[in-house]
Design a binder for this molecule. Structure first.
Ligand code: PLP
Length: 367
């Protein structure tokens, strides 16, 4: 990326040689992203990230009077878009998930209506890592005259993606979930899918996304896509899954009254969401952070109150269990020593927090 902040500064839309250099770099990146997703370079639209890609897919297609089908566990980039569409005169069906966090494709089929325009169901969930049956949903779509978008922000670079196998018309990815920089992403738009742009301006990105390209970011996304594809082709992610499995196994063994949320569903290799009975997720998150381990909760702070994760509550987990759950995610730089470090901290910190907890009742815990 570095030269594209300095010596290669041309605007990729300019005719002069500076512009031609950066145009070539943008088009190379487009080829790399297309190769990761199994589509043609012309079917890639660069965006400012996953949120914009999701918004372009949804608002680019859906108009008042249309019906869309989505799920209760989508990222807010999709959920809040759906909510906004409802206020703008669209109908939305939110299909539920089961206790493992999985959408039932038959629910999607049953939700179809004559005015259904779009189905938007994510490929991998950002809190649990659970992989949705997108290929089965793609088959339903093939029989009905509807568009299919999938938010693959958490799946890209972690599992192989082939848009033809999925049968989707639109698919979103985001740079910073695959070791590219923040603030860049892409939307796959199947050839022949006519989208109304979000922004009005120049004819960049084949008139699908106006505005001068973020060349350095796009170059970074392209290189990350090449590295991700190479790692997937070489089967390198099996190692990450082994480390993730070790985190789960050891926590469940060493720390009583714990469970993995979505344990029995297919999942991306880097994520696990673990419940610690009697613990407030935020307290655990802060305590671990102070010791150098960064984890997250799916909780949202709205109007001063911490709301339990919408994903875990949609899975039917009680609010206390959702509040006591933490997401651990690994990146490709993580090592076995990092896992040792995390494991050595977690049982100590959880024990200390439980000692302080007014609600944790050791005697009541069933092993
Ligand atoms: N979709 C999912 C599943 C995500 O996890 C995220 C980010 O965390 C987004 C969309 C939004 O992507 P971005 O932060 O690039 O806008």
């Amino acid at each position: 990326m570095r030269p594209y902040f300095s010596e290669h500064f041309g605007n990729a839309s300019s005719i002069h040689h500076h512009g031609q250099e950066t145009r070539a770099a943008v088009e190379r990146a487009r080829e790399s992203v297309a190769s990761l997703l199994g589509c043609k370079p012309a079917e890639i639209v660069f965006t400012s990230g996953g949120t914009e890609a999701d918004n372009l897919a949804i608002f680019g297609l859906v108009k008042p009077g249309d019906h869309i089908i989505t799920s209760t566990i989508e990222h807010h980039a999709v959920l809040n878009s759906a909510k906004h569409l409802q206020s703008a005169g669209c109908e939305v069906t939110y299909v539920p998930v089961d206790g493992q966090g999985l959408v039932d494709p038959d629910d999607v089929r049953r939700a179809l209506r004559p005015n259904t325009k779009l189905i938007t169901i994510m490929m991998a969930n950002n809190e649990t890592g659970v992989l949705q049956p997108v290929e089965e949903i793609g088959k339903i779509v093939a029989e009905a005259d509807v568009y299919f978008h999938t938010d693959a922000v958490q799946a890209a670079g972690k599992v192989p993606i082939d848009v033809k196998r999925i049968g989707c018309d639109l698919l979103s990815i985001s740079g910073h979930k695959m070791h590219a920089p923040q603030g860049v992403g892409a939307l796959f738009v199947r050839k022949g899918t006519s989208l109304t742009p979000l922004f009005w301006g120049g004819s960049h990105e084949r008139s699908r996304r106006a505005g001068t390209e973020n060349v350095a970011g796009i170059v970074g996304l392209g290189r990350a896509a090449e590295l991700a594809k190479a790692a997937l082709d070489r089967g390198e992610l099996a190692h990450m899954a082994e480390m993730r499995n070790r985190v789960e196994r050891e926590i469940l063994k060493k720390v009583e009254a714990t469970a993995v949320n979505g344990a029995n569903a297919p999942r991306v290799p880097n994520t696990t969401n673990i419940y610690f009975d009697g613990i407030e997720g935020e307290a655990l998150q802060i305590a671990l952070d102070l010791k150098g381990l960064a984890v997250s909760t799916g909780a949202a702070c709205s109007s001063g109150a911490i709301e339990p994760s919408h994903v875990l509550t949609a899975m039917g987990l009680p609010a206390e269990r959702a509040r006591g759950s933490i997401r651990f995610s690994l990146g490709k730089q993580n090592t076995a020593e990092d896992v040792d470090f995390a494991l050595s901290l977690i049982s100590k910190v959880v024990t200390r927090l439980r000692e302080l907890s007014p609600v944790y009742n050791k005697e009541a815990v069933s092993h």
